[in-house]
Design a protein around this ligand. Structure first.
Ligand code: ADP
Ligand code: ASP
Ligand code: MG
Length: 441
């Protein structure tokens, strides 16, 4: 069986939902994972933020406005079956009553998680009813009955396998099994989520749990492009990526995939295909364990990076210094992305600066510290990229960009550069021109 995931834009309008129907209605049984309609999760985030900041009335106004939007969408979507229309309008009203009730409560993380979960709960209910209206047999598999993360926030795969089987066995027989992406329970059985963009991750977790034949991620672009299309012109889709390459690109900022997407499926070699809902004929990108030619295949960038330079004369000829440094990051559960060392200093980067102040207090006890915020990691990815002849040209291409750090050889498939975020678009564009468009220096 295949698992097909459709993102926010794919369920963002009646026209897109009708495209989804055509794609999934091929006679095969399948699991369909849906995101919230595009814009909804952002809207819910801002409602939760208003509640946190004590602006209950602002939050309530936003809830009512979103409800009005949904009323219109439901009427447009369920326009030939009055009974289904009434059922969905009443379900949607129930969800918005819950949200309105939430605006009167005190803010807690659990409340925010419950608010954020409503986007996927709405979209799946609506699409399930729409498929019924169109005469397609479909049923809902509630994600909160089987999707769970453990105390480390990793998928609790044994729990998921067992509970998904039970939910599946008890569901009415259907051609299409629809479930919510993104949402899950945590180790305490409270509502939680797989972080923003997490529906991709839901799809591959389910893919691994049922040993799917393939996982398809349907979105608004024809696959993974060789550079970030939000910032660079003339980007092109890549037809094949290895799991390693896809994992590096997703981790280092290619928004088309949640950073953890390929983790659950790589071991079982379950292929992941990236496809365009608006252009299903396009090949898209196939991710599997085949490695193709050597060279730089794609570039991605990750923002919001903080660089920390740790200088200490005690490093000179001493052992154990790095251990002390790493232990501090370990205590504050902050992972390090890039690292470079010299005889008297070590520079490293983090993307989660929640505990930065506490980390700095500890580091200052053993060294002199410099912190640079607003940095970006630009990551060049490709099989055996470090051995390719283009690699030597990088400094030449980027001669007028200040490179703060470089990581080369940590993995054969990745070269990472740390730059100021203000230089990101220039850096991505120059690399695109000289590496992919064959502009000569
Ligand atoms: P969905 O809502 O379907 O999950 P996303 O917005 O999360 O869609 O991901 C698709 C978007 O990712 C594209 O519209 C594109 O702007 C962005 N993107 C960033 N980097 C890349 C890349 N390298 N290749 C393709 N898309 C990318
Ligand atoms: N709806 C969630 C988000 O916007 C999950 C997803 O779209 O993948 O982050
Ligand atoms: Mg996404």
């Amino acid at each position: 069986m295949k698992v097909l995931k459709f993102g926010g834009t794919s369920v963002g309008s009646v026209e897109s939902i009708s495209n989804v129907k055509n794609i999934i209605n091929d006679g095969d049984k399948k699991i369909v994972v849906l995101s919230a309609m595009s814009g909804t999760t952002n809207h819910l985030v801002s409602i939760a933020k208003d509640i946190e900041e004590g602006n209950a009335s602002e939050a309530a106004t936003k809830v009512k406005a979103l409800h009005e939007t949904y009323k219109v969408v439901v009427n447009n979507l369920l326009n030939t079956n009055a009974e289904l229309n009434a059922d969905v309008q009443s379900y949607v009203s129930g969800v918005f009553e819950l949200l309105l009730g939430a605006t009167e409560k005190a803010f807690t993380q659990a409340l925010e998680n419950e608010i954020l979960a409503q986007g996927e709960i709405l979209s799946t209910y609506m699409v399930n009813a729409y498929l019924k209206q169109e005469g397609i047999s479909s049923t809902l598999l509630p994600a909160l009955s089987f999707m769970r993360i453990d105390a480390e926030k990793d998928p609790d795969i044994d729990y998921i396998k067992a509970h998904l089987k039970t939910v599946f066995d008890n569901a009415e027989d259907a051609q299409i099994y629809i479930t919510q992406g993104f949402i899950c329970l945590d180790a305490e059985d409270e509502i939680s989520n797989l972080q923003r963009g997490g529906s991709d991750y839901t799809a591959t977790i389910i893919g691994a749990a049922i040993k799917a034949e393939e996982v398809q991620i349907w979105t608004d672009i024809d696959g993974m492009h060789n550079n970030d299309p939000r910032y660079v012109e003339n980007t092109r889709p890549i037809s094949n990526l290895s799991f390693d390459e896809a994992a590096e690109l997703a981790y280092f900022g290619a928004k088309i995939l949640h950073p953890q997407t390929v983790t659950p499926v790589r071991e079982d070699n379950i292929p992941v295909r990236l496809k365009n809902t608006m252009n299903p004929e396009a090949h898209g990108t196939l991710i599997n364990n085949n490695h193709s030619e050597v060279g730089i295949k794609a570039i991605a960038a990750k923002d919001g990076i903080t660089a920390i330079k740790i200088k200490s004369a005690r490093m000179l000829n001493a052992h154990g210094f790095l251990k002390k440094v790493f232990e501090i990051f370990e205590v504050y559960q902050t992972s390090i992305d890039m690292i470079t060392t010299s005889e008297v200093a070590v520079s490293l980067t983090i993307d989660d600066d929640k505990n930065l102040d506490k980390i700095l207090v500890e580091l200052e006890k053993i060294a002199t510290i410099e912190v640079d915020k607003n940095q970006s990691i630009v990551c060049l990815v490709g099989h055996s990229v470090v051995n390719h002849h283009d690699t030597y040209r990088l400094f030449q291409i980027l001669q007028d960009v200040k490179i703060r750090m470089i990581s080369y050889g940590g993995s054969n498939n990745n070269i990472s550069l740390l730059i100021n975020s203000n230089d990101k678009i220039k850096t991505l564009s120059k690399l695109n021109d000289y590496l992919f468009e064959l502009v000569t220096l």
